[in-house]
Design a protein around this ligand. Structure first.
Ligand code: S3P
Length: 179
């Protein structure tokens, strides 16, 4: 049986928020690949991009995801660009069910407003960059995932319920705390 629930999708699609809630529901551990990377390197993602560059970040991301993929029975939220490297997809799929949180650009733009922690969107025209990046990645998310869940204009409980539905016939939620 596949062991982890892995959330993939564009930055600002809610992977971390939804992942934490899912883990509470499933009564299991939660990991966020960006957070683990920051812990490991004792710095922030924007700082890594500035001082070492994106290529360095991507290699470190591969290492962190490789480690996280060895864990069982957890919810794992991945950085939005993790799917760009096939090694990450392979590692995550070997031991997990991949759920693509699909968001439209309005949803993403709203979620990232006022935040300054996405170095790839630190451009003159963030909305234009966002649209371009989303377009270039859409097919990769679609192809990498086992399931797709639309998150645009939907509440967190609605999204969680949708994910629960996906696992109706799977015992992945067997540890769910009764309400
Ligand atoms: C990135 C997404 C970010 C983070 C880094 C690069 C990307 O994670 O890994 O800034 O390439 O889309 P979130 O998806 O959690 O924002």
């Amino acid at each position: 049986m596949k062991q982890n629930i892995v959330l993939i999708g564009f930055m600002g699609s809610g992977k971390t928020t939804i992942g934490k809630d899912l883990a509470i529901l499933k009564n299991c551990c939660f990991y966020d690949s960006d957070h683990e990377l920051e812990k490991k390197l004792k710095t922030t993602i924007p700082e890594i991009f500035t001082s070492k560059g994106e290529a360095f970040f991507r290699e470190e991301e591969v290492k962190v995801i490789e480690e996280l993929s060895r864990i069982n029975g957890c919810v794992i939220a991945t950085g939005g660009g993790a799917i760009l490297d096939k090694r990450n997809i392979e590692a995550l799929r070997a031991n997990g069910t991949l759920i693509y949180l699909k968001a439209n650009y309005e949803h993403v733009y709203q979620n990232i407003q006022g935040k300054n922690d996405r170095p790839l969107l630190n451009t003159k025209d963030p909305l234009k960059t966002l649209k371009k990046l989303m377009k270039s990645r859409e097919n990769i998310y679609e192809e990498a995932c086992d399931y797709k869940v639309d998150v645009s204009n939907r509440s967190i409980p609605e999204i969680i319920n949708n994910i629960k539905e996906l696992f109706k016939y799977n015992d992945i939620f067997e540890n769910e705390t009764k309400s």
